[in-house]
Ligand binder design. Structure first.
Ligand code: KMH
Ligand code: ZN
Length: 309
């Protein structure tokens, strides 16, 4: 079987500083954390930009600082820049990273949806910052907007800048959207999809759903026309679906963006711990870990020297 690509998503836009003290928030913390994850076996890092108090930002100066700090500390890792932004980030701000930095790969969310943090979480947390409870409430009434017009604009901008889109798939209907966008000539084969299981608003984190996503993709696109990876939100989902993806020949993403726990009731003390656990599981299941350059070949990426940061 092909080597497995482990992506780490160390910060995200939804994990709150009050949920874990281990979120890297300053550019230098990002860089050290990504370095540790690279040493543990991650070959891609998926990023959102945050301010030191944890709020999501689309400020390009902060983005540049984060990207350069990581590049300096960890030159070979593939940097996947999110275009998902944070709750309600305007579209123009979400896409701005693409022409500004022309990354090797960027996320591209394949449909509008609810993206909810259960409100009960408010009763369980002792908040560090005042923006956090407001943020949780905001998810009850905000649509994560990715209309066909938005998707087509994102695809066009990414291809113009030689950026590979990583298609984020939260629901079965989104595969139909992928098929349509391909048939209209807006998407190029081979595509790379990230199946996201367990977001409240998308499909749940069951192994059956992952098998369905994989089978439906083979039927719709043909085996040779796509690569795929999986995100399982929460513990133990991250490792359950990661294990299944390992067996099925897919790739895996782990990290504090999606899951806070290394084992039941025990917070992961760093993203590297999560990477290390996934690397061990993959090794036990007989998959070798891809280096960043091997991952570039598997995904058809242009190389770090062609980015603008
Ligand atoms: N936080 C993940 C569930 C993006 O950044 O564009 C989805 C995600 C999307 O990573
Ligand atoms: Zn993300």
């Amino acid at each position: 079987m092909e080597k497995i690509i482990i992506t780490v998503a160390p910060v995200g836009s939804v994990t709150l500083p009050s949920q874990t003290p281990y979120l890297p928030l300053k550019p230098e913390e990002y860089a050290e954390e990504v370095y540790r994850c690279r040493m543990a076996g991650a070959s891609i890092v998926h990023l959102h930009a945050r301010l030191p108090d944890g709020q999501v930002t689309s400020d390009l100066k902060i983005w540049r600082h984060i990207l350069r700090s990581i590049r300096e500390r960890c030159p070979d890792i593939i940097i996947c820049v999110s275009t998902g932004g944070g709750l309600g980030t305007p579209l123009s701000e979400r896409i701005a990273v693409v022409p500004e930095f022309t990354p090797e790969i960027c996320s591209l969310n394949m449909g509008s949806m609810n993206f909810v943090i259960p409100p009960q979480l408010k009763n369980k947390l002792k908040f560090k910052y005042r923006w956090e409870p407001t943020f949780i409430e905001g998810t009850q009434d905000t649509i994560f907007k990715n209309t066909f017009k938005d998707i087509e604009y994102f695809l066009k901008t990414m291809y113009e800048n030689d950026v590979k889109p990583e298609l984020e798939i939260y629901d079965l209907g989104m595969l139909n959207t992928v098929k349509y966008q391909y048939s209209m000539g807006n998407l190029r084969f081979p595509i790379h999809m990230q199946f996201v299981l367990g977001v409240l608003g998308g499909v749940d984190g069951s192994v059956e759903n992952l098998i369905y996503f994989r089978n439906a993709s083979e039927r719709l696109f043909g085996k040779e026309n796509f690569t795929w990876s999986v995100i399982g939100v929460g513990y133990p989902t991250e490792f359950y679906v990661g294990s299944l993806a390992t067996i099925l020949g897919g790739h895996v993403r782990v990290g504090l963006e999606d899951n806070l726990y290394i084992r039941k009731g025990e917070l992961a003390k760093s993203n590297a711990e999560l990477v290390n656990k996934m690397v061990k599981i993959a090794g036990e299941l007989g998959r070798e870990i891809a280096t960043p350059d091997e991952a570039r070949k598997i995904l058809g990426l242009k190389g770090a020297d062609k980015t603008l940061f």
